[in-house]
Design a protein around this ligand. Structure first.
Ligand SMILES: [Zn+2]
Length: 689
């Protein structure tokens, strides 16, 4: 059936045209793999590919199928859980069922060559559907090389991450990123390899598929963790063999006795019952019915994915660790043994976090920037004024019994940010007066450097202390007036998402049950603290940098740096680097954490780049002022003379307050017994088929 070269070329063109006008066949990557792939002997499960062995790879492959509405997928994972097979399946299914050009990005060109020899060529020669379409590189007239493969409808290129910029004119439908944490962060003046490769897919809109998988490295500098955070952060849930509560397996729940790995049992986060690996996995990993959705799997008591965040539109993300590997792959006693051996050895611990837990590792203790160094970086711009680059204005409020502490901060492109106001409102927070003042402050218009007026886009209010009901009432009241002021609570787990999904909470206010309750968000305080701590080290204006105005007093900086990271051990002898409160006050630090959560809230469900672009149109694209020119740099001596005292609130006679006399309030609503709409609950990953 060998065609002449000429017909083959004509055929290729005809196929390409036909493909362009025809909708994609409804092929699912996992089903294509089951029908076509035989795994080579050096993989954990050689032989015909079976989804049932690794049910967590099904959702990932479906989301990245040619006809799926998801455009991007990011899989943050440890080693040896079969993850690379799903990426190969995607490449095979893309090439043979809905062809378009494909780019595979590796850390280096040597990695690309190695992958071609050890993974791609065995897949090609062992899969009839691919053999038919891609001729071997060494065949005469095939016009294929090790790094460029032609097939009907497109061409696959394998590149090193430092060479992505060389593909200037290439238009690509599919991109696969391998181990993005090993890429260079920036190509000289060209941006990072991920952004460059993604830009090539712009013409394909939703039909493009961008997929990356990898193991994270260092906290705050991990590319895969950054991409994971952009998505809906799906976590693999197993149901407890005793109480059927679904949960994602976390290392701190694994228990053992007398340093004996053989005693390893997992404690259910709901009922506390200890069960061995076999008990957890026997039921959860029973074979799924054909075409089973994640929701159906959950209903049937099987392991399943649950999205834990909203994420940018079209961006799916998954995280899994070695505890969830199929039985026999990564036995729990072996993991405990590795853990025990790694104690006291920073490098071994990092390897354990990265390769087994699929988590970035937080850098050593004692690397924090001090309060004085931060204050010396303060810049000359007035309080309650947003410098030119600030585009989204947010606030974080820490609730104490006798005062509220507030930080107002403006964020711009790359999440560069400027402190706008910090201060306290004193008074008994169980009384309405204090909350009335907070309401006035958060409603106050704020001047932008270009002369326009901004309003606070979102505010996160801490509901964790003794004033939970007051915070709920304040936020519910604000909702009636269309304000995005929301109640937050610090999440307990170290690896909680920075901003959790909305949760409806019932509460009573002055003896009356509030219809619909209030929307509460859990905040991953440890993750946000690690992020901000990393950003405080930045001294060059640009993405991530924290700027402070001269008007922030020494107290603010002391509070910002009041916590230290400590290795905390639990009863089983395991340790984590937690941010821990000392005896000093730390409200400013908490406020900054809540303000960052408010930023995530304000831009949630939107592409960050589009948010910045939209706001830049509103505020005019202003030339960035160099705030760090020698004239503006302030040493402590000058600062002592020029710093303005921080007022309790901005002077109200100078700012045109909105007249809120007739605005709806919670009290009035309760009197009228009107039932406001119920906040949306978080839930399962919706099957899209
Ligand atoms: Zn249980």
């Amino acid at each position: 059936m060998e065609k002449t070269k000429k017909t083959a070329a004509a055929d290729t063109l005809a196929t390409a045209i036909a493909r362009a006008v025809r909708p994609d066949p409804a092929v699912l990557v996992d089903q294509w793999a089951e029908a076509n792939r035989i795994l080579p002997p050096d993989t954990p499960e050689p032989g015909p590919y079976r989804s049932s062995r690794t049910p967590y790879l099904i959702d990932i492959q479906r989301a990245m199928s040619p006809g799926s509405p998801w455009r991007e997928g990011w899989f943050q994972k440890g080693h040896q859980i079969g993850g690379s097979v799903s990426g190969e399946n995607m490449i095979g299914a893309w090439v043979s069922t809905a062809a378009g050009s494909l780019l595979v990005v590796f850390p280096t060109i040597d990695d690309a060559k190695q992958w071609e020899i050890s993974r791609f060529e065995p897949m090609r020669s062992g899969t009839a559907a691919l053999r038919r379409r891609i001729r071997p590189a060494n065949e005469k007239g095939a016009d294929n090389t090790k790094l460029r493969k032609r097939y009907p409808g497109g061409v696959m290129r394998l590149v090193g991450s430092n060479r992505v910029g060389a593909l200037k004119s290439a238009t690509i439908r599919y991109v696969k990123f391998e181990e993005p944490d090993e890429y260079p962060p920036d190509l000289a003046d060209q941006g990072n390899p991920i952004a460059l490769a993604k830009a090539r897919t712009a013409n394909f809109g939703r039909k493009a598929k961008i997929y990356g998988d990898g193991t994270p490295t260092i906290e705050g500098a991990s590319a895969i963790a950054t991409q994971f955070a952009r998505g809906d952060q799906r976590r693999w849930h197993l149901v407890c063999p005793d109480c059927a509560h679904p949960q994602h397996l976390r290392w701190e729940q694994l228990k053992w006795t007398d340093a004996d790995p053989a005693t390893a049992r997992y404690a259910c986060e709901e009922c506390g019952t200890l069960n061995a690996e076999a008990a957890w996995k026997a039921r959860n990993y029973a074979t799924r019915p054909k075409a089973c959705t994640e929701e159906a799997a959950a209903t049937a008591g099987l392991a399943h994915w649950v999205a834990t965040a909203t994420g940018e539109p079209g961006v799916a993300s998954w995280h899994i660790n070695a505890l969830a590997a199929p039985i026999g792959w990564r036995p729990w006693p072996g993991l405990v043994q590795e853990w025990l051996a790694a104690q006291g050895n920073e490098e071994a611990l990092k390897t354990f976090y990265n390769n087994n837990l699929g988590q970035p590792y937080a850098l050593k203790l004692g690397t924090e920037v001090g309060a004085e160094a931060l204050q010396q970086r303060a810049e000359r711009y007035p309080l309650m004024t947003v410098p030119a680059g600030g585009l989204v204005l947010v606030a974080g409020v820490d609730t104490q019994d006798n005062r509220l502490a507030i930080v107002i901060r403006a964020f711009g492109r790359g999440e560069e940010s400027w402190g706008v106001w910090h201060g306290e409102i004193y008074g008994d927070t169980s009384q309405p007066e204090v909350w009335g003042k907070l309401r006035d402050l958060l409603d106050a218009p704020v001047r932008h450097a270009n002369g326009q007026v901004m309003r606070i886009d979102a505010a996160g209010i801490d509901s964790g202390g003794h004033r939970t009901e007051d915070v709920y009432a304040f936020c519910r009241d604000a909702k009636l007036r269309g304000r995005n002021w929301f109640a937050i609570k610090g999440a307990r787990a170290y690896d909680s998402p920075k901003l959790g999904r909305p949760r409806a909470v019932e509460f009573t206010w002055r003896g009356v049950a509030v219809p619909g309750g209030v929307e509460l968000r859990h905040v991953g305080t440890q993750a946000i603290k690690n992020l901000i701590d990393g950003r405080l080290k930045l001294t060059k204006p640009g993405g991530g940098m924290y700027h402070f105005p001269l008007g922030f007093e020494a107290d603010y900086y002391r509070q910002l740096r009041a916590e230290r990271r400590q290795r905390k051990r639990d009863s089983a002898g395991r340790s984590w680097l937690w941010w821990v409160k000392g005896t000093e006050r730390n409200e400013a630090w908490d406020c900054e954490v809540y303000a960052y959560a408010a930023l995530l809230y304000a831009i949630s469900g939107q592409h960050a780049d589009q948010v910045w672009a939209k706001r830049e149109q509103l505020f005019g694209r202003v030339q960035q002022i160099d705030l760090l020119d020698p004239d503006a740099t302030i040493v402590a001596a000058i600062q002592a003379k020029t710093a303005q005292p921080v007022a309790d609130a901005p002077p109200s006679d100078e700012l045109p307050f909105e007249d809120l006399t007739n605005a709806p309030t919670l009290d009035a609503a309760l009197k009228r017994r009107r039932v406001p709409p119920r906040p949306r609950r978080g839930g399962f990953v919706m099957g899209w088929r």
